[in-house]
Design a protein around this ligand. Structure first.
Ligand code: ZN
Length: 173
């Protein structure tokens, strides 16, 4: 069991695009295991490898308790999206903030599994939201940057505090 440090804003790594996974071996399995340990410790429902400082297109989701599924999605590609849903969204890299965000209600995503085999998943509601949220991370996007301007303004102070919290921790004593 290895818990990795979860990067938080404004860490520049979070704003970097991840690279496609080309090797489906032991390193990848170890990374995914660490990601599960890290996510579970933080009580999250999703995590992208970049949040653990690894710039590879890997994400995990665990929504079993919410009636959806648990899984690892490698090199995911959005094939279709439809409808609209709006609900509160949060992120382990933006600790403490929860803001409503509009996203597609239904998506179809193609991805590779741990063995490298291509698969497809249809996701709705919270599962679709989680997939889209984590896929954004792989493109170097954090959900607060997708908020409507007025909401972003309304939460600007809170976001700034979260960012400053990180800077203060980073100052050597
Ligand atoms: Zn996130």
């Amino acid at each position: 069991m290895a818990i990795r440090i979860i990067l938080t804003i404004p860490d520049p790594v979070l704003y970097t695009s991840s690279l496609p996974v080309t090797s489906f071996g032991r390193d990848l399995r170890n990374l995914v295991r660490d990601m599960y340990d890290t996510m579970n410790k933080a009580n999250g429902v999703g995590l992208a490898a970049v949040q653990a400082g690894v710039l590879q297109r890997v994400l995990i989701i665990d929504l079993e308790h919410q009636g959806f599924r648990k899984g690892v999605f490698i090199n995911p590609v959005l094939l279709e999206s439809s409808g609209e849903q709006r609900s509160e969204e949060g992120c382990l890299s933006v600790p403490g903030l929860s803001v409503p965000l509009t996203r597609p209600k239904k998506v179809v995503v193609e991805y590779q599994n741990l063995s490298g085999r291509t698969e497809r998943v249809e996701a709705e509601n919270l599962f679709a939201r989680a997939l889209l949220h984590e896929m954004d991370h792989l493109d170097g996007k954090v959900f607060i940057d997708l908020l409507e301007p007025d909401l972003r303004l309304a939460h600007a102070e809170e976001i700034e505090k979260i960012k400053q919290g990180i800077r203060i921790e980073a100052v050597p004593s």
